[in-house]
Design a protein around this ligand. Structure first.
Ligand code: ATP
Length: 328
């Protein structure tokens, strides 16, 4: 536990933006001010940290943002921060501003960067935020719920048009190498097929599943494909085009892409981001450092960043079996 009181903190958002990041910035700022700290927002993630792009934040600067998607601090991916020289520059910028600690809002890569920064001696607290839900230390991260609801709305809409025309659709959802978004949105949307990176699913398996679904009297076929799945949605669509004669039908592809990241955060993400933002500052006040604030079993907890960056989050693939049974 650290003895020195934290008086000046920096807060930044890094990696892919996630709905709820603004609610986290607001909670960090106002909780820190309540604790008599001075708060500096860093523009454009680690790139802005290296450039010394700081912005003093007061309570009014974070007013009217809780309902906004994206991040008012803007985000970036910085290759330079992955180098020791880049991180040393960032540390020098923080020292020049007399910053005592940094709060990093972001996903896997960002928290790996946060851990690397902490190894230079700066107290750091991470806030679990990524729509991919691939970060250990938080069962669910900021932005996931909103992104899943956007994916679900698209699936519901496609289902009505699929049923009207007796068509099959492929819906590609984000999530990088993690199938969580596809799995949960697929199950909640009643998809016939769900393909995730964590389990094998070949185009011929999809063709068989859909054929059997039609034979069972279904009027639609919805296949939710995670962007990180072994066979990409575009490859599956071209397989169906090539083998159209034999399979008997085609698949239309809808790639949701960045649409899933935009828009207003829902209540779950605003509430989670607010609790995690406040908890990150409270951790620093308690003298905790180099931890991630996340949600585990309904409670806000801290996990050492050293553990977070080493652990790999697993997907409950039993849910795929359940989805298969329920799509009968
Ligand atoms: P999301 O998955 O939601 O896009 P993320 O935080 O995982 O979010 P990344 O692009 O993986 O996004 O990482 C964001 C930034 O974190 C990188 O651009 C880089 O500056 C920093 N970073 C990533 N990996 C490392 C690393 N190994 N060491 C130091 N910094 C890193």
């Amino acid at each position: 536990m650290r003895k020195k009181r934290i008086k000046r903190i920096a807060v930044l958002t890094s990696g892919g933006d996630a709905p709820g990041m603004n609610a986290a910035i607001r909670a960090v700022t106002r909780t820190a001010i309540h604790e008599n700290m001075k708060v500096f927002g860093v523009c454009q993630g680690y790139a802005g940290l290296i450039a010394g792009d700081f912005l003093p934040l007061g309570p009014r600067d974070v007013g009217g943002i809780i309902h906004l998607g994206g991040t008012i601090l803007r985000s970036a991916r910085s290759r330079e921060f992955k180098t020791e020289a880049g991180r040393n520059k960032a540390l020098a910028a923080l020292q020049a501003k007399k910053i005592d600690a940094a709060i990093i809002i972001g996903g896997n890569g960002s928290q790996t960067g946060a851990y690397a920064l902490s190894q230079l001696g700066l107290p750091v607290v991470g806030i679990a935020s990524t729509i991919d839900n691939d970060l250990a230390g938080s069962e669910i991260t900021i932005g996931v719920d909103t992104a899943m609801n956007i994916a679900l709305e698209a699936i519901d809409r496609l289902k009505t048009t699929a049923a009207s025309h007796k068509r099959a659709f492929l819906v590609e959802v984000m999530g990088r190498d993690c199938g969580y978004l596809a799995l949960v949105a697929g199950i909640s949307g009643g998809a016939e097929v769900i393909a995730v990176p964590e389990a094998p699913c070949r185009p011929e398996d999809i063709a068989r599943e859909l054929k059997e679904a039609y034979e069972r009297g279904k009027s639609h076929g919805i296949c939710v494909i995670a962007e990180g799945a072994e066979f990409k949605a575009a490859d599956i669509a071209s397989y169906f085009r090539e083998h159209h004669e034999r399979i008997g039908f085609e698949l239309r592809l809808t790639a949701l892409g960045h649409v899933q990241r935009g828009g207003a955060p829902g209540v779950f993400d605003r509430f989670l981001a607010t609790r995690l933002g406040a908890a990150a500052v409270e951790a620093l006040v308690r003298g905790e450092e180099n931890v991630l604030t996340g949600l585990m079993k309904g409670a806000i907890v801290t996990t050492p960043l050293s553990e977070v960056v080493r652990a790999k989050k697993t997907l409950d693939t039993d849910l795929l079996r359940m989805a298969h049974i329920l799509s009968r």
